[in-house]
Unconditional design. Sequence first.
Length: 453
Amino acid sequence: MEDWITKVDGNDTRAKSIGCGVAFIHYLHYQLGFPFSQIVGTSGDTLEDVCQALTGTSGAFQPFADLVRATYPAGHPSGLNASSKFPDSDVLFPLFDRGLGQGVGRGVCARTPDHLDLFWVSGLSLLQTAWWDASQAGWNSYTIAGTRARRGSPVTAVARHSGHLDLFWIDPGNNVFTAWWDAGQQGWHSYPIGGIGARGDSSLTVIARSPDHLDLFWIGSDNNVWTAWWDNAAVGWNPYPIAGAAAGGASQLAVAARNPYYLDLFWVDPSGAVETAGWDATRTGWTIQTVGDQQARTGSFLTALARYPDHLDLFWEGTDNAIKTAWWDAAQPGWHPYGIDNTGTRGDSPLSVVARNRDHIDLFWIAPDNSVQTAWWDASAVGWNPYAITGTSAQNGSALEVVARNPNHLDLFWYGSDEQVHTAWWDESQVGWNPYAIEGTQVGDIRFGPFHP
């Protein structure tokens, strides 16, 4: 990418300057939200001048280029201008800021690099939240009024942009619910999604493929995987079952978006096989296939990520309680599964994974001795490097979430044996992990939730 934002080419024939300019205008409209009429009606000698007049800030090229490069990194052909390929280089926006968790729903969200929002269900089945901000000391917790969850309900949230949160859970009647919060309005606003009710052991996952679109997934009482989509340009939620996607007992769900026009969904079928369904904006319906031949244990958690648009990494727990992984790359056909050594998991252990950058993965799980453990992989080294995080103990049925607020920092969360939410942070500038309990975050004894009778 050449910088034709802070300078002009002087003619209308050079493809790179035209392409950069057109893509940047689309960035101003689809990513930053300015109407085309306002963009073209703003005067300036360069697009930098136009952006500064619109946003009040300078340095327009760098955030634009960083966002594109995070999704379409150098050295990996994007395919954007291939014949009849969608999207193309003019309409690739909006993109999600990969540094804030790729838009995948979690029990914790980073709306900005200096802010965290944490969610859980209390022992009284009330939806709770706590926020942390770098400008203030400690955590600030409160109950989300008017919300109740079934015992052991999964909780997932996503920040479509820095001033908005969408939260999802399952209520005592097994209905899938959502609530939204926006910085421009007071309080939380909850309502049901619709569609079939959730199975008693259903998990729940959501992804924001763009700042104006959400895709939600759960397992219905008919044992089928269900999805519902919401778009800022349409009214309400649109639920439907994914044909042929039957989920086994206690199956978890995972989803990843390689770019705003593709979805990859994962679950475990009744035979224990790991299945995936792909959705492509240029085609109709979902395409289902099996991931390799390594079985998953009953109730295995799944987690997946897209480190760049032509690559996927998937993780699950095998019948031997060790963590398995499989990678897919557009340059090599099929899935490539293998086991990760020294990663024995507790029988109810969740999995959580994050890519702090496109060449590094951090994976987390709970060991049989209740300690929280991690393993890292880096493209510059060989294999995985597992170890226990000292000073950690997770209660039965604990959730486990990790988020990278920036490429050099990690925040990890779980439910401690003292029935409080615990966290540990890691920063590249310091040695080791720093765990502590978050005051005012009582989760209660969740051992008798639906996942662990």
